[in-house]
Design a protein around this ligand. Structure first.
Ligand code: CUA
Length: 365
C-alpha cells in the first residue's frame, strides 16, 4: 500500500485481467490509428511526400525509406530491451535483481560507437543529396519563381511570359527554378517533384524540378509568411514537350480586345475604371492598348491569360466541386473574406459589374 493506492501487481486476479485488457485495447487502438494513416487515398492527400513523380523527389524518397527502416530497427531494439527489463525485473514476489552494469567501459564505448556509425552512415548520402537537389544542371530551363503575400508568380525569361499560381513545365525535362521573394520569406514546395526551398527577399535560391510524366502536382508555401500563409498554394502542371511549347507560344500572344457592346467589353470597362489596373497587367494583341503596371508599383498577378489557369486567388479557388464562375463571384465580391489580409481590396463591385468582369476575364485564354 503506497499513498492509499493498492499496487496493481497485488490486486485481485479479476482486476488484473481487466487492466491487461485495457492496455491491450490501447495498443490495438493506436496500431489501427497509425495503420489508418496509410489507408488515406492519394486524392485526399495531394501534398503527400510518398508519391514522388520525378527524379529529384525519387532521390529524397530513396533516402527516406532506408533511414526510416534504420529508425524502426533502433526503435524495436530499444523498446524491446525496455520491455524485457520491465517484465523480467518487475517488482513481484521472488523477483531476481538485474545484473548491475554501471561503469562498464566496454558497453559505454559500444553504445557510443554504434549510434555514431549509424548517424554518419545516414549523414553522408543525405548531405550529398541536399547539395545535388539545389544545384541545377547548366542546361536546365530557367523559370523564375517570385513569392508574394500570398501567391506565387512565375516568369519565363526566354519567352518574356508572366503567369501566376500554376507553374507550367515540360515533362521529362529539368527546370531550374530561380527563386526570390517580393516581400517576406516564403518557401516553394511541390512535394511530388522536390523538397522545400526558401524564397528570400534580395537573394536568389535555386531548386531543380522535373516530372517523369505529364500531370498536375500540388504545391504549397512552406514558411509562415503572414495572415494567409495557409492559403498560399500552387500547382505545377507538367505537359508533353510539344504541348508545353504550344502553351508557351499562346502565352506570348496578347489578349484580344473585345468588341464594343458585348458583356466582355463592359467587363473591360469595369477593369479599367475600378482601380484593377493599378496592380494587374494585361497585354493586348494591339500592344498600344496594353495596361502595364509600373515596375515599382504594387504587383498583382498578370491577367493576360487568366482563363488558361485552372486555379486562381493563390490557387485556393475554385474550391473542390465549385464552378470557376462561382469561385470568381465569391472572390471579386470580397477578396479579404477569402484570403484574410489580401492586398486586393473589396472594391464594392455591383453584381452586374462582377458578372461583366467575369465574362471578360474568362474570355482571356
Ligand atoms: Cu508564403 Cu507562407
Amino acid at each position: 500500500m503506497v499513498g492509499g493506492l493498492e499496487s496493481p501487481y497485488h490486486a485481485q486476479p479479476m482486476a488484473r485481467t481487466r487492466q491487461h485488457l485495457l492496455r491491450l485495447g490501447t495498443v490495438v487502438g493506436a496500431t489501427l490509428l497509425l495503420g489508418g494513416c496509410s489507408l488515406i487515398e492519394i486524392e485526399d492527400a495531394p501534398l503527400t511526400t510518398f508519391e514522388p513523380a520525378g527524379p529529384f523527389a525519387d532521390r529524397i524518397d530513396g533516402l527516406f525509406w532506408p533511414v526510416f527502416w534504420i529508425a524502426v530497427g533502433v526503435f524495436v531494439l530499444v523498446q524491446g530491451a525496455i520491455l524485457v527489463a520491465v517484465f523480467l525485473y518487475r517488482d513481484r514476489e521472488g523477483a531476481k535483481e538485474a545484473r548491475q552494469l554501471h561503469g562498464s567501459p566496454k558497453l559505454e564505448i559500444l553504445w557510443t560507437v554504434i549510434p555514431a556509425l549509424i548517424l554518419a552512415g545516414v549523414a553522408v548520402p543525405t548531405t550529398a543529396a541536399v547539395f545535388d537537389l539545389t544545384e541545377c544542371d547548366p542546361e536546365a530551363m530557367e523559370i523564375q519563381v517570385i513569392g508574394h503575400q500570398w501567391w506565387f508568380e512565375f516568369y519565363y525569361p526566354e519567352a518574356d511570359v508572366y503567369t501566376a499560381n500554376v507553374m507550367v513545365i515540360p515533362a521529362g525535362q529539368e527546370v531550374c527554378a530561380h527563386m526570390t521573394s517580393d516581400d517576406v520569406l516564403h518557401n516553394f514546395w511541390i512535394p511530388a517533384l522536390n523538397g522545400k526551398r526558401y524564397l528570400v527577399p534580395g537573394q536568389t535560391t535555386f531548386l531543380r524540378l522535373q516530372a517523369h510524366e505529364p500531370g498536375e502536382f500540388w504545391g504549397h508555401c512552406a514558411e509562415f509568411c503572414g495572415l494567409s500563409h495557409s492559403l498560399m498554394r500552387a500547382r505545377a502542371l507538367a505537359l508533353e514537350p510539344a504541348e508545353y511549347q504550344a502553351w508557351l507560344q499562346a502565352q506570348q500572344e496578347g489578349a484580344p480586345v473585345p468588341e464594343e457592346e458585348t458583356q466582355e467589353w463592359d467587363g473591360l470597362q469595369v477593369f479599367q475604371n475600378k482601380g484593377c489596373t493599378q496592380c494587374h497587367t494585361v497585354r493586348f494583341e494591339d500592344d498600344s492598348l496594353s495596361l502595364v503596371v509600373a515596375a515599382e508599383a504594387f504587383n498583382g498577378p498578370e491577367l493576360t491569360h487568366f482563363a488558361s489557369r485552372s486555379v486562381f486567388a493563390g490557387a485556393v479557388l475554385p474550391e473542390e466541386g465549385q464552378s470557376r464562375e462561382d469561385g470568381l463571384k465569391e472572390w471579386l465580391a470580397d477578396p479579404p473574406s477569402i484570403k484574410p489580409g489580401s492586398f486586393m481590396p473589396n472594391l464594392a463591385l455591383t453584381e452586374q459589374e462582377i458578372d461583366d468582369l467575369i465574362a471578360w476575364l474568362e474570355s482571356n485564354e
